[in-house]
Design a protein around this ligand. Structure first.
Ligand code: HEC
Length: 222
C-alpha cells in the first residue's frame, strides 16, 4: 500500500466523552486530506475488560508502520502532554527500546512503541526497577482503508513501597490522545485500569514487566 494512500484519510481515536480536543489535533493530520472520520470502537468504554479494540487493524509492513509513526508522533506527544502528567510530556526524549512500531494484541491491537526513562535503564534485564522508573508505550492504528488513529498512552510508574502490593507498587495509567486521563491506579477512575494489574501479574517474577518482543528489541539487557 502506498504511504500517500495510507494517510489520505484520517480517523481519530475517541474514548469516553472527550471528543472535542481529539478532533482539534486530529485536524493537524487531517489538513492533508480535509477529512476527519470517527472510528468504530468495540466494547464498553466505561468499563473495559481490556483495551479498546479496533475492528480492522491494518496489516502494515514494519517500514510503513515506522513512517506513519513519524507522522503521527507529533500529534500524539502534543495530545498526551495536555494531561499535565510529567511523563506524558517528556517520554519522547527517553530511550526507545523497540526498533520499529509493532502490533500489540494485548493493547487494543494498536501499533505501539516502548520508551523508558533514565531511572528505568535496567528495563529488560528482569531485575526489579527502582522507584521513579517509568515505562511509556504510545500507540496508533491504521485501518484497512488507510485511516490513522491516534491511540492511548500506556504508562507504568514505579511508586514507593506500600503504594499497591498487588501491582508490585506500579502505578498504571491510560491517557487518551486528547490528554484525558482514562484511569490511573489509586487515582482518577482507578477501577478502569484494574485489568492492567492482573495481566501484568503473570510476570510478577520479573517485576511485572514483559519487555519488548524479541524481534523488535533494540537491546536485550543492561
Ligand atoms: C492481556 C494482558 C495485558 C493487559 C490487560 C495489559 N498489558 Fe501491558 N503488556 C502486556 C504485554 C504482553 C506486554 C509486552 C508486549 C507488548 O509490548 O505488547 C505489555 C507491556 C506493557 C508496558 C511496557 C512495559 C513491559 O511490561 O514491558 C506498559 C507500560 C504496559 N504494558 C502498560 C499497560 C497498561 C497501562 C495497561 C492497562 C491500561 C496494560 N498494560 C494492560 C500485556 C498486557
Amino acid at each position: 500500500m502506498q504511504l500517500s494512500n495510507l494517510i489520505s484519510r484520517v480517523f481519530i481515536f475517541i474514548g469516553s466523552a472527550s471528543v472535542t480536543a481529539g478532533i482539534a489535533f486530529g485536524a493537524v493530520l487531517a489538513q492533508q486530506s480535509g477529512e476527519v472520520e470517527m472510528s468504530e470502537i468495540s466494547g464498553d468504554q466505561g468499563a473495559p475488560r481490556r483495551h479498546f479494540r479496533l475492528r480492522e487493524p491494518a496489516d502494515l509492513a514494519p517500514g510503513e508502520a515506522q513512517q506513519i509513526y513519524e507522522i503521527a508522533l507529533k500529534a500524539l506527544a502534543v495530545g498526551y502532554a495536555r494531561s499535565q502528567d510529567p511523563s506524558a510530556g517528556s517520554y519522547t526524549e527517553w530511550q526507545r527500546y523497540n526498533s520499529m512500531p509493532y502490533l500489540s494484541a494485548t493493547h487494543g491491537n494498536h501499533f505501539i512503541n516502548n520508551y523508558a526513562n533514565e531511572t528505568a535503564r535496567a528495563y529488560g534485564s528482569g531485575k526489579r526497577l527502582p522507584v521513579g522508573s517509568v515505562i511509556a508505550k504510545d500507540s496508533f492504528s491504521v485501518t484497512e482503508t488507510g485511516g490513522i488513529l491516534l491511540g492511548p498512552l500506556f504508562l507504568m510508574e514505579k511508586m514507593p513501597k506500600g503504594f499497591s502490593y498487588v501491582s508490585g507498587d506500579w502505578k498504571y495509567s491510560l491517557i487518551q490522545p486528547d490528554g484525558t486521563i482514562f484511569g490511573e491506579t489509586n487515582g482518577i477512575d482507578s477501577e478502569r485500569v484494574q485489568y492492567c494489574i492482573s495481566c501484568h501479574l503473570a510476570v510478577e517474577a520479573q517485576d511485572h514487566l514483559y519487555f519488548v518482543p524479541p524481534n523488535f528489541r533494540t537491546k536485550t539487557t543492561n
